[in-house]
Design a protein around this ligand. Structure first.
Ligand code: NOJ
Length: 924
């Protein structure tokens, strides 16, 4: 009964807008209030120059808080790839402070790089790394980082640093006969007492929010510091927020909050926390891009304000921003509830450099299997096996491609994951086989909460092994989620993750087959009766750490272990797929991400673009929003426009709430269904391009779905543009996100570039905004002049049926009549590409010659894929003769062609070469 009540209340909440009162404001969070109250210019911290120790790659120095005499240890490391790391911890903490284990967010211990001390006196310590210089001022302590003599990042320049050292709660004075303490310890206690006296505030040792009291057994522990970006007006990143891509100042709002939470029907354009957190920020101007990665998994808030740089400090930079007397500056202030200050400084200087630097730290998204970047059809819930069968059949009947059908929580027996509701799904293996014969897959949902039921072996196993998260008293934590009373495995423990991994083996997960893949939801985690709908902060994980210390990384551990489980099923041969709602820095290595419970309203369609852009900037390339919107019943026009946008999300899935009307595309009026079919076909035809982008992103960490400034970093006009985007470098799109709209202004970037409408081949000059027609059946999408995009144009029911299909090369010429493009391919589903079984091809068009060659000799792959057609767009006249010389086989051969003088497109038919062949086509 109680269970029903909780679920009901969840549903009631679901049916209205966000219940703001469930979530803390800064004022309601003790450490947020304390850090926000810090005043600029009053830093009590000084660097103790005498304590400086310099090594080849690092230096360390003590910092003293003059107010309470507490000492901290500052370490600065030079890192390879133009990065620094700045770490501040207590010199002698009474309790170990949490640090994220290397390998969990960071892929490895970052590689060090030499630094050189160039000055040390009573006021300053200066050191260099290549062309970068760090000036550390002693009193007050601050650090200014210069790149090629330009100031780019300052730390504690405003003096907002705060480091709440662990201390004992003020106790009765020690008994007179107490044993004498060793010298150091006595001193530590004095320091502690001093700090307690100077800083004591009511919510430091216990804090109450609504009916929840946080016991705070270790007292205050927050860490904070300010980071300024002189010369920068625009900053980006720190997902997840339902906000614009360019971050806003927070003068009149709360700071941006990073705290993984289940916020249903989230509000738009505000800094409230959502399901995931990547504490990574980039600053960009016409000259360079820099970034900082705040390596801390506790609840974090970030204040942002616009400022002008302090010319007295940066005296030599008067002409830093030309023609402007004031030098803009963005100030940021970061504070986390616990942990240490651990900042990675990414010095760029180009956008691609910063993405690569961040990728060096936290890794990239491994190349996904092809099916996973195709279209996913989801709903809470497909009711039973017959329902699945009928949806599958209808997609075929109406010629709509799709690759994956999803089952939500109702497929389980009483929300016990890894089980099936047998009356509805009596033959799951057969059901999956019926899908896999067409190359399709099935997703089941596996949430991390375990129903506390004696007959449920996943739960009893975890309980008996002592694997469950504990409450503050040391008993198994008991909270409410879908199954009612639930407990959560402690995924922060590697042994528990290993155990979870085993649950996905085909022998343990009954009814599963290799074609079943998994969705992890509610892994913030969502706890219906917990404070802010999540764990109590004082729940205990391994090694005596509390959820307070690591909250934001819990969800990552869930999907990391899930992915590992799926990979193990094939002995690591097959790539797999996991979708997660909660995420942290590094999640990109294991899982795709979606933006959670959005609403079927136009505003949510619109905000999905900046949200997915921000995720991509923060390394979470494989991401998307629920197409159609999760809640409510969107009208047909909105669904249609959502598909037209969604086919450009790297992760493309339609999903809908249990209470919504069915809206599979074939249920829509024919006009809308036809348009959706075209949009899906566009996605499928571009899969070779998508796949190549994903391959490149695995190598270099560049965003796939990217803002224009990534490719046009000197063009200020695009710095805040987040209603249009690039896919890789060669496709520009501006989907319609407003009701009733039939035309839109598109900005075509690049003064020397030209762009072609991908349907009509109409040409647009770069550097201008043009109003283009966009009736319901039109998506404004353009291919860049100078690019070659391989497509597969034969419509199929699923992507695996396209494996052997031939390619069409779309060659869009630039103003010089040249073009270039790459194609990556392999077997589309295994890890054999890591053993060299792949092809990386380059196509170039120059001086009327189009040629193809291998650009990566380590990759070799035999395939039947061939080239069936080449369309050269922007070609000025009908040529007389076209011939191909195939260096891999026969000699010169004449080719048929057709010229369309209106479109200026030249179609070359049947070159008939294998995609691995080396050839040149000559046009005369
Ligand atoms: C919340 C998720 O965000 C949503 O996508 C899912 O359908 C429900 N949980 C039910 O599992």
């Amino acid at each position: 009964m109680l269970q029903l009540l909780f679920c009901l209340s969840y549903f009631v909440i679901l049916s209205s807008a966000v219940s703001r009162e469930n979530f803390k404001t800064c004022e309601q969070s003790g450490f947020c209030k304390r850090n926000r109250a810090m005043q600029p210019g009053q830093s009590p911290y000084i660097a103790l120059v005498d304590s400086l120790q310099v090594q080849a790659n690092s230096l360390n120095i003590q910092l003293l808080n003059k107010n309470n005499n507490v000492r901290l240890k500052l370490e600065v490391f030079g890192l390879q790839d133009n990065m620094f790391r700045v770490k501040i911890n207590e010199l002698s903490p009474i309790k170990e402070r949490y640090e994220i284990p290397v390998g969990d967010s960071l892929i490895e211990e970052p590689k060090l790089h030499n630094i050189n001390l160039s000055q040390k006196d009573k006021d300053k310590v200066v050191f260099t790394m290549d062309s970068n210089k760090v000036v550390m001022s002693v009193e007050p302590f601050r650090m200014d980082i210069y790149s090629n003599e330009d100031p780019v990042i300052s730390i504690n320049a405003q003096g907002l640093m705060k480091f709440e050292h662990y201390r004992k709660k003020e106790e009765a004075p020690p008994a007179e006969n107490e044993e004498e303490k060793p010298e150091g310890e006595e001193k530590k206690e004095e320091e502690n007492a001093a700090e307690t006296k100077t800083e004591e505030e009511p919510d430091m040792w216990e804090e109450t929010f609504k009916t929840f009291t946080d016991s705070k057994p270790h007292g205050p522990s927050s860490v904070g510091i300010d980071v300024s970006f002189p010369g920068f007006e625009d900053v980006y990143g720190i997902p997840e927020h339902a906000d614009t891509m360019a971050l806003k100042t927070t003068k009149t709002t709360d700071p941006y909050r990073l705290f993984n939470l289940d916020v249903f029907e989230y509000e738009l354009y505000n800094p409230m926390a959502l399901y995931g957190a990547v504490p990574l920020m980039y600053a960009h101007n016409e000259m360079r891009t820099v970034g900082i990665f705040w390596h801390n998994a506790a609840e974090t808030w970030i204040d942002i304000s616009s400022n002008t740089a302090d010319k007295s400090v940066f005296s030599h930079i008067a002409d830093f921003v030309k023609g402007n007397n004031e030098i803009p500056q963005t100030d940021t202030h970061w504070f986390s509830e616990s942990g240490v200050i651990d900042i990675f400084i990414l010095l760029g200087p180009t956008p691609s450099n910063v993405f690569k630097q961040y990728a060096r730290l936290t890794g990239t998204t491994p190349l996904p299997p092809l099916y996973s970047i195709a279209y996913h059809q989801c709903r809470w819930n497909y009711n039973d096996q017959d329902d699945v069968k009928s949806v599958d059949a209808n997609f075929d009947k109406y010629d709509l491609p799709y690759d994956v059908i999803w089952l939500d929580i109702e497929h389980t027996d009483g929300k016990k994951y890894f089980t099936w509701a047998h009356e509805k799904f009596p033959h799951p293996e057969e059901m999956i086989k019926n899908l896999s014969v067409k190359g399709r897959k099935l997703v089941t949902i596996v949430d991390p909460h375990l129903k506390r039921e004696d007959g449920y072996s996943v739960y009893t196993d975890a309980r008996d092994k002592g694997y469950l998260v504990k409450n503050k008293d040391g008993n198994d934590y008991d909270g409410w989620c879908w199954p009612g009373s639930s407990s959560w495995p402690d995924f922060t423990n590697a042994e528990v993750r290993e155990w979870w991994t085993g649950k996905f083996s085909l022998s343990e997960y009954k009814g599963s087959t290799p074609d079943l893949i998994v969705w992890n939801d509610m892994n913030e985690p969502s706890v219906f009766n917990g404070p802010e709908i999540t764990f109590h902060k004082d729940v205990k994980h391994m090694n005596g750490f509390e959820n307070r210390d690591l909250h934001n990384i819990y969800g990552l551990y869930v999907h990391q272990a899930t992915m590992e489980g799926l990979l193990r099923r094939s002995g690591g041969k097959e790539r797999s797929f996991v979708l997660t709602r909660a995420f942290f820095a590094g999640s990109q290595r294991h899982s795709a991400v979606w933006t959670g419970d959005n609403i079927g309203e136009w505003s949510h369609l619109k905000v999905s673009i900046p949200m997915v852009l921000s995720l991509n900037l923060a390394g979470i390339t494989f991401s998307g929003a629920d197409v159609g919107g999760f809640f409510k019943n969107p009208e047909h026009e909105l669904i249609t426009r959502w598909y037209q946008t969604g086919v450009f999300y790297p992760f493309l899935r339609a999903h809908a709430h249990l209470d919504t009307k069915r809206r599979e595309p074939y249920l829509l009026p024919e006009e809308h269904m036809n348009i959706i079919r075209e949009a899906l076909r566009l996605r499928y035809s571009l899969l070779p391009y998508w796949y190549t982008l994903f391959y490149q992103a695995e190598q270099d960490g560049l965003p796939i779905f990217r803002p224009l400034w990534v490719d046009y970093p000197k063009n200020k006009e695009v710095f805040r543009m987040d209603d249009q985007f690039l896919l890789g470098s060669s496709i520009l799109a501006k989907p319609i996100t407003d009701q009733g709209t039939t035309n839109t202004n598109v900005y075509f970037p690049g003064r020397h570039d030209i762009w072609y409408d991908i349907e009509t081949y109409e040409v647009y000059d770069g550097g201008v905004t043009k109003n283009v027609a966009a009736p319901l059946d039109k998506i404004p999408v353009y291919q860049k002049g100078g690019s070659i995009i391989p497509r597969k144009l034969r419509p199929r029911r699923s992507s695996s049926l396209m494996y052997q299909d031939p390619f069409t090369l779309i060659v869009c010429l630039d103003q010089q009549g040249s073009a270039k493009g790459e194609l990556y391919l392999d077997d589309y589903h295994t890890f054999q590409y890591r053993n060299g079984e792949y092809l990386l091809r380059e196509f170039t068009f120059n001086n009327n010659n189009l040629s193809s060659k291998n650009i990566d000799p380590t990759g070799q792959f035999n395939t039947r894929e061939w080239i069936e057609k080449i369309i050269i767009v922007g070609y000025p006249k009908n040529p007389l003769n076209i011939s191909i010389k195939n260096f891999s086989g026969e000699n010169s051969k004449r080719l048929d062609h057709k010229y369309n003088s209106e479109e200026k497109s030249l179609t070359i038919r049947k070159p008939g070469v294998n995609i691995a062949d080396v050839w040149t086509i000559t046009i005369e």
